[in-house]
Structures are given as structure tokens and as C-alpha cells.
Design a protein around this ligand. Sequence first.
Ligand code: NAP
Length: 455
Amino acid sequence: MSMIAAFYGGKSILITGATGFLGKVLMEKLFRTSPDLKVIYILMRPKAGQTLQQRVFQILNSKLFEKVKEVCPNVHEKIRAIYADLNHSDFAISKEDMQELLSCTNIVFHCAATVRFDDPLRWLDDSIIDEITPKLIGDRPNTYTYTKALGEMVVQQESGNLNIAIIRPSIVGATWQEPFPGWVDNLNGPSGLIIAAGKGFLRAIKATPMAVADVIPVDTVVNLTLAVGWYTAVHRPKSTLVYHCTSGNFNPCNWGKMGIQVLATFEKIPFERAFRRPYADFTSNNFMTQYWNAVSHRAPAIIYDFYLRLTGRKPRMTKLMNRLLKTLSLLEYFINRSWEWSTYNTEMLMSELSPEDQRVFNFDVRQLNWLEYIENYVLGIKKYLLKEDMAGIPEAKQHLKRLRNIHYLFNTALLLIAWRLLIARSQMARNVWFFIVSFCYKLLSYFRASSTLKV
Ligand SMILES: NC(=O)c1ccc[n+]([C@@H]2O[C@H](COP(=O)([O-])OP(=O)(O)OC[C@H]3O[C@@H](n4cnc5c(N)ncnc54)[C@H](OP(=O)(O)O)[C@@H]3O)[C@@H](O)[C@H]2O)c1
């Protein structure tokens, strides 16, 4: 019997960010392993024209929750959606709801955040904020890391006699094992880059190939989170423990290897309607980055937009490309360095778990096979994020072949034009051309003569 699963049984649990990538997987695992939990309160806001109930309905009816419905058929009754906007100082929660939360909640998982790296800080007037932001964030690369640090500080200062713990995941990717491999529904992190590469928009990245790509599967983060919740409540450590949920220390994979594997997977599982053939070069050189951005990113986007205009359609590729290049520039700080994290607390927790809990709440990434994981990741993106049909793979492969032929044709035409211009202007080029042609002719004549002799 899993001690962790039993611990969550009968509990009232509050989750913020339950509509997000991590929050959904956390909720799924809780319901699947502890179907006898009392209630999960989720703090949420209406979004994109959907009410709270509609959002909950959509989550519960998604592929991710299929297994939950088998073990916990009354899952709908165990979720209580509470209106909240965490941007407000009192979270905009009604008095009655707040009363219920305060008197009933046993455990809180705070997962809500804005995960945009460059969101503006929001305390004062915009002009003041713009001016003081660089001074406030200091050496930190962006407002995201700055506000994360602030959040941790506030939690520690205000925790009073509550038992708290902090979990710091690295770059969260698709599921490794649970509820099934490769699930992802979010463009953040590597998923967006994989799509951009698979669709042929992204051709080169400023990244150090040997730097560790510290990607961690979302189900690993969730398993560690639930184990931490149990350990913190049952063992009550005297100080706030910080758990780094990373892969680099245990089972490193670098960006170069990851890139090669992603490209190899596109050969087997291509995305539909690619703009160009998938290709991704890693360069850590500034000049080369500028060159690739101009030649391989901006120029094709401008040409394509010109074509869209000619055919009476709205141009969109340049805008999309600018967004992609901005995202890449925000990631540069992280993908050009190898990071080292202390995993002391994570390893300590691993050793505290019973064999059954180590199996049910597995967060030991030493067992992860990167090649297999990346293949499932790409497949998951295709199925769950892009919602592409697997039956379309032969047509997608055909499309890539057509793109390859266009690429060869274009390059040959470009070479011929360049050569034609060169021999029109330079005597030296003409001499070289004459030499090559006569050499080929002689070679051909020699082979013809020798084959005639043999006969
Ligand atoms: N994903 C990663 O690679 C990664 C890596 C390290 C750490 N983390 C941390 O892990 C946590 C979860 O990340 P994630 O990837 O799951 O992010 P996510 O998919 O963007 O989800 C963010 C969640 O926060 C909610 N939220 C944001 N602002 C809110 C507000 N003002 N009021 C109410 N809810 C609000 C969102 O609600 P809506 O659906 O209503 O927008 C959503 O449920 C975050 O703390 C993040 O910083 C993530």
C-alpha cells in the first residue's frame, strides 16, 4: 500500500494554477492514486469566454483524465471551482468561499504563475516600472526569475507555523510515463521549439550544443511534489526545504544530442504542412546567429508574405517569425549555460520512500531513456497539441519530399545565376569554366575509348 496515496485520502486539497500544464497533471495524479480524497478546491478565473464550470468540464473530459474516470467515476463531485484572480491583493475570493477554504483546507499546492519571462512588473505606474525594472532585477536575466525569488521570500517570511516546502523544476516537458507517455498541451518550454523546428520555421538556435538541456518530465515534477507534500506534513522538517527537480545531475542530456534526436524523430513522425524541411543548427557565435536569422528565418518569411500578398491573402509569417525570434532571445541565457543544482533534498526524500512509493511516485530520472522520451514527446505534440491525425503521416512525408526537391531546385538555380553573372564579368572565371568543361570532355572521351577497346 502506498503511504503517500493513503495520506491524501480523505483530505481537502487546495490547488492554484490547476488549469495550467503542471496543475492539471497534479490533479489527475491525485484523483487516480487517492480516489478517496475528500475534495479538491481549485482557485480559477473565467477565460476565453468560458465560465469556471465550462473550464472544469473541458479538463475532466480531456484525454488526460480518461484513466481517472475509471478509478474515480464521481470525480466531478470532488472538484470545487472557486472564483479567484491572484492578481488582486485578496485574490478576489468571496467572503463565503474564503471562510470555507480557511476552515476546510488541509493542504495547499500553489502552482499558479505567469510563465512569460518578460512580463512587466505590476506594482506602480508603467513609466516608473519601466525605469526601475533593470535596477530591481539586477543580475537576474528577467522579471520571471526575479518574481519567483520574491515569491519564495514572501512564502518563507509569512509562513508562520505552517509547514512549507519549495519545489523548483527546471524546464518542464511532456509526460514520461503517466498517465501515458508524451502528453503535453502547452506551447511553453521545449514544446514550442519542437513545433517551430518540425514545421520548418526554426532552422538555427543560439545554444551551446554541449550545455546540459535540463528538461524534466511533468509527471516527474508531479510525483516529487506529491511526495514532498506527504513528507512535509508527516515529518515536519524544522526549516523550509527546497527541492530541485532537475535531470542534469542524475541523467544529463545536452542540447546537441536532443536536437539530433528530435530531427531524427521528424523523419519517422513528420508534422503536417511544414513550411520548410525540419533542420536545426546550434551555434554559439553571435555573427552566425545574425546570419542565420537573416538568411534562414527573416528572408523566407518575407518571401512567403510577399507570396501571400500576391495571392490576395493576409501576410502573417513575418509577425510569427518575429515572435519566434523574440522567444529564442529570451531563452538564450538559459540554453547557453550548463546549470548545476543541489539535489541533496530530492535524493534524501527518495531514500525516505517505501519501495511501493518509489514505484507509484517515481521521480528517479536516472531510469529515463532520453531517446525514447524524445520520440514520445514529438509524438505527443503531434497528437495532443497539434491534433494531427496519424493517418496523415504518409502525406506529410510526401510534402517533405516536395519541399526537398524545391530546395534543391532553388539552390541549383541560385548557383547557376551566380555563376552566369561571374563568367559574364571575369576573364579568370571564364578560363576556369573553359578548363573544367574541356577536362570533363577529355575524361568522357577517355572512358568511351577504353570501353570500346575492351569490347
Ligand atoms: N513549465 C515550466 O517549464 C516550468 C518550469 C519551472 C517552474 N515552473 C513553475 O511551475 C508552475 C506551473 O507552471 P505551468 O507550466 O503549469 O504554467 P501554466 O501552464 O502557464 O499555468 C499557469 C497557471 O496559473 C494560473 N494563473 C496565472 N495567473 C493567474 C491569476 N492571476 N489568477 C488565477 N490563476 C492564474 C493560470 O490560470 P489560467 O488558465 O486562468 O491562465 C494557470 O492555471 C509555475 O509556478 C511555474 O513558474 C514551470
